[in-house]
Design a protein around this ligand. Structure first.
Ligand code: NAD
Length: 299
């Protein structure tokens, strides 16, 4: 299959490489030259523009930071037409970015008018999951379009869920990330408390991992440097999932909660804690660096 892959960052880069390794003809594009150069060095075909990337493609995949990037890519901005006007009918568009459900629905509606199938397919599993091809996809769209996408998604992920119609994948994703954001802060507090009491963080983390406090942060993403070699914490919080991206997701969750009048007190608190952490200059660091907030108080 010919696949255009737009957005070759921490997640999109390894996802595109997995598709290439599975035998697909992948043409990637990113606005960032260093991102393109890195992927070209890894053997990925790089296009000169988005229009060049989508030429002749059966499937277009996007993995961009936020709603505004996806909206301007497909629907245009500042008087410039969007890509949707150039994508031929019968092409399948898979947007894996985490964005507002309303934006996903807008893109899907624009696609439907042109006979282009669109699904929202945000992911969970972090950069480790993107590299290993074990991501979880949460899909919004029709059953038929999901079945069309499945062989492609299977090359990047291990779990594929159909959450519902257009935008439902995004709703599932923000529920998950609200929980993840809260869990990372709670895990950070518990580790910082133990360390302040002289406990060895590796021993404490293992105790909690195998006890009732066990969670994904303790399994795969320990926030304290030195506990888990492969975690962003042990690499200066570089790469991974940026604090500002987590802040964006918690903001989406709060907007959604306001719209449906849901009570999300811990989600709101978590958003404010990541906002303070970002304001302190840590927006580009992996979100697990939020432990710095509580380390300063308790260690
Ligand atoms: P990233 O910032 O590393 O990569 C995004 C890339 O998109 C950048 O390289 C940027 O240059 C590029 N880009 C922006 N606008 C573009 C455009 N118009 N055309 C081409 N390229 C463009 O972000 P990421 O960590 O890869 O995350 C991507 C999405 O996946 C976000 O929505 C994020 O919330 C979500 N996500 C991230 C993780 C993670 O662990 N990093 C996990 C799950 C979901």
């Amino acid at each position: 299959m010919k696949i255009a892959f737009i957005g070759l960052g921490n997640m999109g880069g390894p996802m595109a490489l997995n598709l290439k390794e599975a035998g697909h003809e992948v043409r990637g594009f990113d606005l960032s030259k260093p991102a393109c150069e890195k992927l070209a060095a890894d053997g990925l075909g790089i296009a000169a523009s988005t229009a060049d990337a989508i030429a002749g493609a059966d499937v277009v995949i996007s993995m961009l930071p936020a709603s505004q990037h996806v909206e301007s890519l497909y629907l245009g901005s500042d008087g410039k037409p969007g890509l949707m006007e150039q994508i031929p009918a019968d092409t399948l568009v898979i947007d894996s970015s985490t964005i507002a459900a309303a934006t996903s629905r807008k893109v899907a509606e624009a696609g439907a008018k042109r006979g282009v199938a669109v699904i929202d397919a945000p992911v969970s599993g972090g950069t480790g999951g993107a590299i290993a091809g074990t991501l979880t996809f949460m899909v919004g769209g029709s059953e038929t379009d999901l079945e069309r996408a499945r062989p492609v998604l299977e090359k990047m992920g291990a779990n594929i869920f159909h959450a519902g119609g257009a935008g439902a994948g995004q709703t599932a994703k923000i529920c998950n990330n609200m929980l993840l954001g809260i869990l990372m802060i709670g895990t950070s507090e518990a580790i910082a408390l133990g360390v302040a009491n002289g406990l060895d963080p590796k021993v404490l983390s293992e105790i909690m991992r195998r006890s009732s406090g066990g969670n994904w942060a303790l399994e795969k993403y320990n926030p304290l440097p030195g506990v888990m070699e492969a975690a962003p914490a042990s690499k200066g919080y570089a790469g991974g999932f940026g604090t500002d991206l987590m802040l964006k997701d918690l903001g989406l969750a709060q907007e959604n909660a306001a719209a449906v009048r849901a009570a999300t007190p811990l989600g709101g608190l978590a958003r404010n804690l990541y906002a303070a952490h970002s304001l302190a200059g840590h927006g580009a660091l992996d979100f697990s660096s939020v432990i710095k907030l509580v380390q300063a108080r308790s260690t």
